[in-house]
Design a protein around this ligand. Structure first.
Ligand SMILES: [Zn+2]
Length: 379
């Protein structure tokens, strides 16, 4: 496969491999880039959804379930009440119900192009479902390592796609250790890590391209994204940077990071002026999708947050659920709690004057409420 993997920190480069090792100097995950066609124009983009942006993506045969191309709709009440123009990008309409399908489609396509036989990951949530769906679509077996305590309800979707579930006793980190060990032992098994793979990130960057096209070649003043592993945030940042490099975009929006107060390694580090995620004291949160106490790309997220002029905001548990209810009752949009974190953070950003009256803001609503049901508070 053409293109290059590079270290976002020191610039180390290496040829693409299916499961890239971290930078040998900095120990951080690598990122992918390719040369863009010299005279690429918007008119050259064809089709709809993630693979419309094939010129930006690793050059591989697509695996697709119709991911991406999600609706961008105006907020009718929450935005106007705050005195801003607010758009929602409805990612819950993706094939497995979340934005992770963008990353999984590209990652599975890349792994297939390398001749990988079985894909493995450690996620019992949206990423696990997305990977299982695209592996099924590609005709590849998938093996998901999940904490033994994960609820059957959460695992049902992964199981339905025919993926093999490996229950790992102990805390969440044990599942990550177990998948690494299994992949080290079995050369046919590829660690398709949604938090570390550069190819997954490339798929998520399509959200930036879609926002650019969805708003007729303009971008909003601000984007507010929920941040756990930081894939969505990085994908947006790198996607906008690429559009700028092409000369399609005069300025990138400010991209802000929203975290649950109970698990906020990025926001806490930003508040303390640290360039590494603050690791201590992460508690449980209803926003399961962003419960990542040790984000492997955390340092990269903090660097990009600074470069994009973004702020990091934390949201208390009760506001997450209240905002989730408000989105359903006042806007007609049923989301998973993680999506509500970004809308609650938006309100805080308006209150503190970071987002000013009359400005234009986009919030990606990352996943469908049907994923978790109405009893998120107790489940
Ligand atoms: Zn490096």
């Amino acid at each position: 496969m053409t293109g290059q993997l590079y270290c976002p920190r020191c610039g180390f480069t290496v040829q693409p491999t299916p499961v890239p090792a971290p930078c040998p100097r900095c120990r951080v995950p690598l990122t992918y880039r390719r040369d863009l066609p010299r005279d690429l124009e918007q008119g050259d983009l064809a089709g709809r959804g993630v693979w419309r942006y094939a010129p930006f993506l690793p050059p591989v045969e697509p695996v697709t379930l119709g991911e991406g191309g999600t609706p961008l709709i105006p907020s009718l009440r929450i935005g106007p009440n705050l005195g801003i123009t607010l758009w929602f990008k409805l990612e819950g309409g993706n094939p497995s119900g979340s934005f992770k399908d963008r990353g999984a489609a590209v990652l599975v396509a890349v792994l297939r192009s390398f001749g990988i036989q079985t894909v493995a990951d450690d996620s019992s949530g949206n990423a696990g479902s997305a990977l299982a769906a695209y592996a099924a679509r590609a005709g590849l077996p998938a093996k998901l390592f999940v904490p033994a305590y994960a609820s059957e309800k959460k695992l049902a979707q992964i199981r339905a796609y025919g993926a093999e579930l490996v229950l790992v006793p102990g805390p969440r980190e044990r599942a990550a250790d177990a998948v690494r060990a299994a992949c080290a032992d079995d050369p046919a098994l590829a660690y398709a890590s949604h938090n570390e793979s550069p190819y997954f990130l490339e798929g998520l960057a399509t959200l930036a391209y879609e926002l650019f096209e969805g708003l007729d070649g303009e971008v909003p003043d601000h984007v507010v994204a929920p941040v756990g592993g930081g894939g969505l945030f990085l994908g947006l940042g790198y996607g906008f940077a690429r559009l700028r490099a092409l000369g399609w975009l005069a300025r990138a929006p400010r991209v802000h990071a929203a975290q649950a107060e109970a698990c906020a390694p990025i926001a806490r580090a930003a508040a303390q002026g640290l360039d590494e995620p603050a690791l201590a004291g992460s508690k449980d949160t209803v926003a399961e999708g962003i419960r990542i106490p040790r984000p492997p790309r955390g340092r990269e997220v903090l660097g990009l947050l600074h470069a994009l002029g973004g702020a990091a905001v934390t949201v208390p548990e009760e506001e997450i659920l209240a905002t989730r209810a408000e989105l359903a009752e006042r806007e007609g949009i049923y989301v998973e709690p993680t999506s509500a974190v970004a809308v609650a953070a938006l309100r805080a950003l308006v209150a503190r004057g970071t987002i000013r009256p009359g400005e234009e803001v986009v919030v990606p609503l990352t996943g469908s409420g049907l994923k978790v049901g109405a009893d998120a508070a107790t489940g």
